[in-house]
Design a binder for this molecule. Structure first.
Ligand SMILES: Nc1ncnc2c1ncn2[C@@H]1O[C@H](COP(=O)(O)OP(=O)(O)OP(=O)(O)O)[C@@H](O)[C@H]1O
Length: 255
């Protein structure tokens, strides 16, 4: 079966420093995949390479079997890969509804000049409302996005990412900065919106990772040292030594 997303020998250097040192990774369609690793391991860099923000120094990246290496971010997006950012990526002066509609229009190939007539497009309105329903923001439909709580803004961001119907959804630390209850809601939301799609996420909260992921890749100093199902990752000696051990010990000590 063709992987939804595949990386072959991907490398990235900044100047003389090699940050990503030959990553091979195949993520199956429908899989929820988490990339974990210590600070500075290269997780965000890897996301930037996949989504086209950075150019690879070597290697190839494939989306559903088609090579997307070094394509522009918008081209990759049009091919069905959508990415949400660590830093919120919404239009604060637009309403919640307009933010999602804008993402839908963008995915349909419209430019700003066409947007004046969209108020009369009832099918578009219905599709926008369906996304709002999915992300739990129907009740906040007409307020400015800037007025949303932080957790709601992150939900909106996920809505914007999925609005275009992307088959591969990439989320960068989707629960960062959230309270316990907000995190629980975010996990439920991510589970819902990733149904029938492929999910790739970078996440520091191990509770979230072990709850959501079908498989986990562990990135340490620019190399994937393990890629397996959560149970196997938990007991992997190299992972424990390099990273997880300290975190899990910490969890046990505070339990
Ligand atoms: N544009 C850049 N130019 C030079 N060095 C960079 C650049 N982007 C990232 N780096 C370096 O690459 C390394 C990996 O950074 P990256 O942000 O990818 O790690 P990360 O695993 O996402 O970390 P964190 O968990 O803290 O977000 C760091 O040492 C960082 O300083």
């Amino acid at each position: 079966m063709t992987a939804a997303l595949e990386l072959k020998g991907v490398r990235k250097s900044f100047g003389r420093t090699e940050i990503i040192m030959g990553v091979d990774l195949a993520i199956e369609a429908g899989e929820r995949h988490a990339i974990i690793g210590p600070n500075g391991a290269g997780k965000s860099t890897l996301f930037h390479l996949i989504s086209g923000r950075y150019q690879v120094s070597a290697g190839q990246i494939f989306l559903h079997g088609e090579e997307i290496t070094d394509m522009a971010p918008y081209e990759i997006n049009r091919k069905g890969l959508s990415r949400s950012f660590q830093v919120t990526n919404i239009f604060p002066r637009m309403s919640v509804f307009e933010n999602v509609r804008c993402a839908l229009l963008w995915s349909m190939g419209y430019r700003y000049s066409f947007w004046r007539t969209v108020d009369r497009d009832s099918e578009l309105t219905d599709r926008t409302d369906a996304v709002l329903e999915q992300i739990g923001l129907t009740g906040r439909r007409n307020i400015l996005a800037s007025v949303l709580t932080y957790a709601e803004q992150r939900a909106l961001e996920i809505g914007i990412s999925m609005a275009g119907g992307a088959g591969v959804l990439m989320l960068d630390e989707p629960t960062a900065g959230m309270s316990h209850s907000e995190t629980e809601q975010a996990v439920a939301l991510i589970r819902r919106v990733s149904e029938g799609r492929t999910l790739v996420m970078v996440e520091h909260d191990m509770g979230v990772v072990f709850d959501l992921a079908d498989r986990i890749s562990v990135l340490v100093y620019g190399e994937i040292i393990a890629c397996d199902v959560p149970e196997k990752i938990r007991e992997n000696r190299a992972v424990k030594e390099a990273y997880l051990g300290a975190l899990l010990d910490e969890e046990e000590a505070t339990a």
